[in-house]
Design a protein around this ligand. Structure first.
Ligand code: ADP
Length: 470
């Protein structure tokens, strides 16, 4: 990849530089040629304004004073001056070429000037490649056009200048091309090394090594990709730790009732003299533990199902009245509240329409209300209050029961976390109820807050967003 990138960048750079160079040289060349053309035209006009005085009456030659006159103009020796008579014959040549004198000059510029207008053109000399500027202007006397001045200028200076420019350009292009190539090579190599390093880390991760980190250098796109990678790796590692913790906690929770069952069954089997009454006592305990196992397994299944539903987005949203829904839950909990000698009250807004999955929200609200009753003292009071603001539907579940410390409040939504294991066990708790409630509310884009004080009571606040349709 490095070689390919370097070659591509290098080629693009050289091509761009060559195009710019070609354009600059061509423009400069054109500029100088037009300057030289103007210069030649000025000179031709000056000569023409005096030339009539030097042309003989019969239009066949120029007087001898013409050459000194031309010399007095201090013309460049690359400039050749011809005087053409009105019959297109050359009657004077500043370069004194006898072969030309007396011969007809049928050049375009001469023909134009004999017609009364200035003629000019420029072309390249076929052998030397030098630009030739050819300007002719008519010579007027009182009787009309008596001939033309033809100035031919070999613009060698322009050629020398442009070829020097071309050479410098080629030199600059090669040197800067090499420098750019080197810089690109270093940069691309640096980048590809980082990408290779990145790929290696991903490969390691896919092999199960989750504590790999990308080294972050700078703040460019690759560094940002590295940061995103590190965040993802941290999340994956955390997920993995939570998964292992969950499996170990779940096994432990299942093992405890199972061990009791085994112990009690062994006691019955190994004690042939055991009375009917004692056997019955053991069997009642075995039955309770089996129920407990059943409850844990059901909740575990529930929580796994909820996780899968949330992950796959299979939550079944429908529009319903939260007020009527919570009233239904409260009604199912009245018998339990009565048994526990707890007063259960429902107040606040009656109709709050929300979009939600009834099954999962039932578990969330039911579990929290159930806890409020379970963790209340005899004669306690549980208040369920429904509220609504611009953005949210709010269900407050307030009790004046045992409460908990702020440290415990931070952990109660973790799976299997229980403040008072004995009390939770007594009331048939599994430590999964709040974890289920939390996952269910989160699946609705909401959250649960808790305010609690030891021996004073707790308030659980379920906040569910109201959608546009609700
Ligand atoms: P459990 O099945 O043990 O009730 P939960 O997940 O529902 O499990 O609750 C976790 C722990 O949070 C409980 O064991 C209990 O200690 C504490 N808790 C929950 N609700 C209340 C409450 N209303 N008052 C006091 N403590 C509570």
């Amino acid at each position: 990849m490095t070689v390919r990138l370097v070659v591509t960048y290098f080629t693009v750079f050289i091509l761009t530089l060559s195009l710019i160079g070609y354009y600059i040289i061509a423009t400069t060349n054109n500029f100088f040629i037009s300057e030289e053309k103007m210069n030649a035209s000025k000179i031709a006009n000056i000569i023409s304004s005096f030339a009539a005085n030097y042309i003989s009456e019969d239009n066949s030659h120029v007087s001898e004073d013409f050459s000194p006159f031309l010399k007095s103009l201090l013309l460049d020796d690359k400039m050749r001056v011809l005087i053409i008579n009105k019959d297109s014959l050359a009657i004077y040549d500043s370069h004194n070429n006898q072969a030309i004198l007396g011969k007809a000059q049928v050049k375009k510029s001469v023909i134009t000037s004999l017609g009364g207008k200035e003629g000019n053109e420029n072309y390249k000399d076929e052998t030397t490649g030098i630009d030739i500027i050819d300007v002719s202007v008519p010579i007027n006397s009182g009787s009309g056009i008596i001939g033309a001045v033809n100035v031919v200028y070999t613009a060698e200076g322009v050629r020398l200048f442009t070829s020097a420019m071309r050479e410098s350009f080629v030199f600059i292009a090669i040197v800067s091309g090499l420098l750019v190539g080197l810089v690109i090579f270093i940069m691309v190599n640096f980048m590809t090394r980082r990408i290779i390093n990145f790929t290696d880390k991903i490969t390691l991760m896919s092999d199960g090594v989750l504590d790999e980190k990308m080294e972050i250098k700078g703040n460019d796109e690759i560094a940002r990709m590295g940061m995103a990678f590190n965040t993802m790796a941290e999340k994956l590692a955390l997920n993995e730790r939570q998964r292992i913790q969950f499996v170990s906690d779940a096994s432990h929770e299942l093992k405890t009732p199972l061990s009791s069952i085994k112990l009690m069954a062994d006691s019955i089997l190994q004690n042939p003299d055991i009375s009917r009454e004692q056997t019955n006592e053991f069997l009642v305990d075995i039955n309770n533990e089996a129920d407990r196992l059943n409850r844990i397994i059901n909740k575990l299944l529930n929580i796994t199902k909820l996780d899968t539903q949330i992950e796959s987005g299979q939550v079944n949203f429908e529009l319903f009245d939260l007020g009527a829904f919570v009233l239904g839950i409260a009604k199912t909990l009245y018998p339990l509240a009565m048994d526990s000698k707890v007063t259960l009250n429902l107040s606040g807004e009656k109709e709050i329409y929300i979009l939600g999955d009834k099954d999962t929200l039932f578990q969330a609200i039911y579990n929290i209300c159930d806890n409020a009753i379970k963790y209340s003292n005899n004669g306690g009071e549980v208040n369920i209050i429904l509220e609504k603001n611009n953005n949210n539907a709010i269900v407050r579940i307030r009790d004046n029961g045992v409460g908990m410390s702020p440290e415990d409040a931070e952990h109660i939504f973790e799976r299997f976390y229980r403040v008072d294991k004995a009390r939770s066990r007594e009331t048939g708790g599994t430590g999964l109820g709040l974890a289920i409630a939390n996952a269910a509310v989160k699946a609705h884009g909401g959250h649960i807050d808790v305010i609690s004080e030891m021996n004073m009571g707790s308030e659980f606040i379920i906040v569910l967003p109201l959608t546009d349709k609700s």
